[in-house]
Design a protein around this ligand. Structure first.
Ligand code: SF4
Length: 251
């Protein structure tokens, strides 16, 4: 299977099985999505979704959030990973949006990455989710799943993964392909013990063919060897016949 055929298989599979894949973060507008994505770094979407309703109630927009103090905002974020940094980033982000962007969340990657707490991945998520821009956000799931399937080859950084994926995924599908790969990594192609038996991508997956199938064949052979072993053991442990005693020859 060529790399192009591998991509085609994966894209067709997801188009059929996950045509409406989308972010699991809950939000109503670009401001809420930006807050949620900043909070989601190294944290589950589930945990973020438990936290954001109270934040959005107390700080409904960047205008309110820009005036928040660290001590007032921190308790809302305490249960999330890296709460100190994230509290500072949210306040800094809101202040910069107010000061530099007239209170509007910017819509380009180049502008978004200027905000505190916003890296390339976050900017790609915001622009692809809000405007369906063809920007591929590479998180740990996208990185791992792409490499396992063989969509990427020797990509050692998220940026290399991003570039390789963009070479093969049609521009109008990039925004949804990000969710396909994330959700597949979150629920099926998990980091430890991927659930290959449940996975529809097996025919196109390099990892399945090169690692899992070989292990399965090895295990099958071992089982066969073990089931054949008792007969041999019985034979090996059967009492040996005594050699006939030769009579002494008469002179
Ligand atoms: S076959 Fe296994 S390794 Fe390949 S994508 Fe599916 S779950 Fe991941």
């Amino acid at each position: 299977m060529t790399r192009k055929e591998r991509f085609d298989f994966v894209i067709h599979y997801f188009q059929e099985h996950a045509p409406n894949a989308e972010t699991e973060l809950l939000y109503d507008n670009p401001y809420q999505l930006l807050v949620a994505v900043i909070l989601s770094a190294q944290c589950t979407d589930k945990r973020v979704n438990m936290t954001t309703p109270a934040i959005f109630e107390h700080y409904p927009d960047t205008k309110h959030l820009a005036k928040a103090t660290f001590d007032k905002l921190f308790p809302f974020i305490r249960s999330i990973s890296y709460p100190n940094n994230k509290t500072k980033h949210l306040i800094g982000m809101a202040q910069m949006v107010e000061k530099e962007f007239g209170g509007e969340i910017p819509h380009t990657v180049e502008e978004l990455v200027q905000l505190p707490g916003v890296g390339r991945k976050t900017a790609n998520v915001i622009t692809s989710v809000i405007d369906k821009q063809p920007n591929m956000a590479v998180d740990t799931h996208v990185f791992r799943v792409s490499a396992r399937i063989g969509l990427t080859v020797k990509a050692t950084t998220p940026l290399a993964t991003e570039k390789q994926l963009l070479q093969f995924i049609p521009e109008d599908l990039v925004h949804i392909a990000h969710h396909w790969l994330i959700l597949h990594g979150r629920y099926i192609c998990v980091a430890r013990n991927p659930k290959c038996s449940e996975c529809g991508l097996k025919p196109a997956c390099k990892y399945y063919q090169n690692v899992v199938m070989k292990e399965e064949i090895k295990a099958l052979n071992e089982k066969r060897r073990q089931s054949a072993a008792p007969a041999k053991e019985v034979k090996a442990s059967a009492p040996k016949k005594k050699a006939p005693v030769k009579k002494a020859a008469k002179n």
